[in-house]
Design a protein around this ligand. Sequence first.
Ligand SMILES: CC(C)(COP(=O)(O)OP(=O)(O)OC[C@H]1O[C@@H](n2cnc3c(N)ncnc32)[C@H](O)[C@@H]1OP(=O)(O)O)[C@@H](O)C(=O)NCCC(=O)NCCS
Length: 323
Amino acid sequence: MSSITIPVKTKDHPHLRPLNVLRDLSAVADLIELCFSPTMDNDGQRYLSDMRRASRDDSFLRWASRVSETASMPLMGYVWEQDGRIVGNASLIPFRDRGKRVYLIANVATHPDYRRRGIGRALTERVMKQAHDKRASAIWLHVRDDNPGAIELYRQLGFKEMARRTTWQGSPDARLIHPRTDIRIVPRHPRFWPLQQDWLQRLYPKNLSWYQSWNLNALRPGLWNWLYLLFIDFNIKQWAAVRDDELLAALAWMPHGGRSESLYAATGPAQASGEALTSLLIHARRTITYSSNLMLDYPGGQMTDAIRAAGFQPRRTLLWMRA
Ligand SMILES: CC(C)(COP(=O)(O)OP(=O)(O)OC[C@H]1O[C@@H](n2cnc3c(N)ncnc32)[C@H](O)[C@@H]1OP(=O)(O)O)[C@@H](O)C(=O)NCCC(=O)NCCS
């Protein structure tokens, strides 16, 4: 991986100090709620209440202060304290990507009364330096595509867009009309796997999977995988869209412990693959009993008409940026 360039302007500031997880968690949760509430979804709400619960739990806080280097939680980072309160925050979350240490910058937030004074920039620069000092092989962050101010801030600090992903949500009330087509939906057959795997690897790239919960190996056919999934009580369903026995697209459904249910779509280069995807999504929605959180993660800007035609709405598009 390439080395990380830290902007020369990095310098400490009297208001800038490291996050003290034993003391600051509750104030940081308040700040995050204030700054992100307009775009906060159920996962965000859950994350906040976890943070608040953790801030009241002494034994958790003592444990957290010791494991901040290994836990995938925002236990590291910097805050901006001014006028006796925390008005800025940037967190650093460690991950492992194929054995290498990666840091994710998260929760960059400045209180609305203190914006455009350089606080967001100073905090981001400082956590970049912190990651650099910890020998990060890469620094990542993600930001919504409708947040041009933050995107500009990150661009100025040397972050480059690596991927754009849209999360689509199945709307339970959508009227579904199956397209008239000669495409057939059949259970996924093992002979389709090499092609399906190829397409999945392109659409769900490995360099993002260290953070997301994608485990595409779970979709592999074969007795051992089947037994393993049975053993861990993991119920996956898969379908293929075919015409004249040619695979046009495939779809997998994976539940995530009652919280949400994910769909993974694999589409090929054939012209009919959009139509095939629509048919598959409609078929999945008719076949499975799902909660209101039926999600499809897909590269941003691709297959949008086909996905909408199956009654899905874009919930958000995230830019993945890397320093
Ligand atoms: C994004 C955010 C953290 C920026 O904080 P800030 O302290 O105001 O940022 P800074 O003053 O350091 O701005 C640095 C640069 O970023 C860009 N920028 C920041 N906010 C901007 C805005 N609203 N519009 C356009 N550019 C903006 C500018 O280039 C700015 O430099 P300039 O003021 O010299 O023009 C703040 O607006 C915020 O908390 N927003 C809500 C939460 C959020 O969206 N966080 C980012 C999640 S990824």
